[in-house]
Ligand binder design. Structure first.
Ligand code: MN
Length: 291
């Protein structure tokens, strides 16, 4: 018998902030749309009530994962020690929030700001990122938690743009609980195809974002999801698969601007999320059929 992947949805499908009312709404809608997991971005999470959210998640029977990117003035890939320290503090605070919510996966661009850098990553910046994430991973490991290095495109980071970059970074960090997080939206920009990186990462894949090339409705763009799900089946991936989609209809002031969410790709998050849940299910089922 095979264990099913937890299927998640990003909270920005439902709400642009983490006020108590918005978190309640996101939890209720996520459960009603048939998902197993809610991903909360900690990018703009100032008013998050961790204890209340934890209780509501448990009541709804939902798992939770948290994600974030850093900022140019709080960036562990900087060569400026004060900037690195601010980034390190954000990471440790966010790890504690994830743990407080009952989550075991903390993922995203944990290694840099989310934005376009004007120069390649320098060796000092890389050493700083490796050293900070190693310390974070050791703390996470003691809590039974996993870190994800999300591979992002060149307009959002200069640290890791391909699965191969991410594997090298994880090798240098050298902690077993640092896994690779692939996102089809970013892969479309940087990788050869949607298959080779999955095979290359193999059992070090720890988290997946499913998103279209324009981040709208799954299947409305040109991404080859059939091949991607075949590749996940090839490696026997059993971790979370989270639907990520953004539209100008739901705005988180910091994150939406950092991700350049200028277009209205949908207005009805409910319809979008239900459609995505069915889309992922159909692809998982079809990819496991080996006539
Ligand atoms: Mn993503």
């Amino acid at each position: 018998m095979t264990v099913a992947n937890p299927i998640g949805v990003h909270a920005l499908v439902w709400a642009g902030d983490t006020s108590p009312a918005s978190v309640r709404h996101a939890i209720d809608r996520t459960a009603a749309a048939g998902y197993d997991l809610l991903e909360l971005s900690l990018h703009d999470s100032v008013s998050l009530d961790v204890d209340a959210a934890r209780a509501q998640l448990a009541d709804a029977g939902l798992k939770v994962a948290c994600s974030r990117g850093l900022a140019f003035d709080a960036d562990v890939s900087s060569s400026d020690p004060a900037v690195v320290e601010r980034g390190e503090r954000l990471l440790h605070d966010s790890l504690a929030v994830t743990h407080g919510l009952g989550g075991t996966h903390f993922t995203g661009a944990l290694y840099s700001a989310l934005g376009k850098y004007g120069a390649p990553l320098g060796s000092e910046g890389r050493r700083n990122a490796v050293s900070v994430i190693r310390g974070l991973a050791q703390k996470a490991g003691a809590l039974g938690m996993t870190l994800g290095l999300e591979v992002c495109n060149r307009y959002e980071t200069h640290v890791i743009n391909t699965a191969r970059d991410a594997l090298r970074l994880a090798d240098d960090i050298g902690e077993d609980n640092v896994l690779i997080h692939l996102d089809t939206y970013h892969m479309n920009i940087e990788e050869d195809d949607l298959v080779r990186p999955v095979h290359e990462v193999g059992d070090r894949l720890g988290y997946v974002h499913i998103g279209e090339n324009h981040r709208g409705y799954l299947g409305s763009g040109h991404l080859d999801f059939t091949s991607f799900f075949h590749a996940l089946a090839d490696i026997g991936y059993r971790g979370p698969i989270t639907f990520e989609s953004f539209s100008s209809a739901v705005v988180a002031p910091g994150l939406s601007a950092d991700l350049a969410i200028w277009r209205n790709l949908w207005s009805d998050g409910e319809d979008l999320a239900r459609h995505a849940r069915g889309f992922i299910d159909q692809h998982l089922t079809a990819s496991s059929v080996r006539p």
